[in-house]
Design a protein around this ligand. Sequence first.
Ligand code: FE2
Length: 341
Amino acid sequence: MMNFRATAATAALLCFTAFGASPASADGEVNVYTYREAKLIQPLFDAFTKDTGIKVNVVSASSGLEQRMKTEGANSPADVLLTVDIGRLDDAVKAGVTQPIKSVVIDEIVPAQYRDPDGHWAGISMRARVIYASKDRVKQDKITYEELADPKWKGKICIRSGQHIYNNGLFAAYTAKYGEAKAEEWLKGVKANLAQKPSGGDREAARDVAAGKCDIGIGNTYYWALMMNNDPEKKPWAEATKVILPTFEGGGTHVNLSGVLLAKNAPNKANGVKLIEWLVGDKAQQIYADSNYEYPVRSGVAVNPTIAGYGKLTADPLPIAKIAANRKAASTLVDKVGFDN
Ligand SMILES: [Fe+2]
């Protein structure tokens, strides 16, 4: 979700050394590969070590971890892969580098819609794909995803590439709900409403709304909070916009996951499962969701106040596995309608 500075190759080199040099602790260790920024998740792993005595070795990279695990094969030191978006979770499963988690704790705490039916991935927090609307120019406080194709928004929508995993997830959800023909029609309508060629990232959608280039931008929930609270330079982009949680007609808001997978050749499998189970505990959920501005997957854990300020999230009930199953169709439709052209 963040900007990662280290390249996969750099991280690989650094961390290979770290693994080789680390003495195992009495309670053993667990090796985590992650796309999340190392310094952001370190407090979480420190808490795990404090609770369990298990040492956590982290490999942090911006891309290529599944491929790396595949290349490492049976010798891969990876136990757990921590990543974001069903696109990446699904890619890891398709790469054949995972095994079912098989945990009663996970099955009890993580709602079924946020787990792989085959057990290969489980969500640990959620992010929603929402609207950053101009405070000045958008009067309404409610909107549906369907409405994004309404000609009333002609020339008023800013969005990043339709092939980006975040949009792919949303478009796949639409496809899962309505089928390909209707999804195509909708995508054509959304495309016709774009103020400009899809570009930039989610923050830039808010930037362009702030600059008056469009009235609504599409972005994930945590970026707005990051701009507002952690990024003085971009704070004006958040200040110019209000977050609206869109819903599907008769449904809820599209959410995607930050999730976890158990490596196929995990050398410390039991510790890997322990870590995964610990991640959905009360304390970890609080730290993890709060530090990333995400929604905790465990019920009863408080949502960060900035995120809570968007309004009450009613997540769409569509199982995330159905979104995974429609990823390819959504991607094909994006090309077919020339969404990014
Ligand atoms: Fe992100």
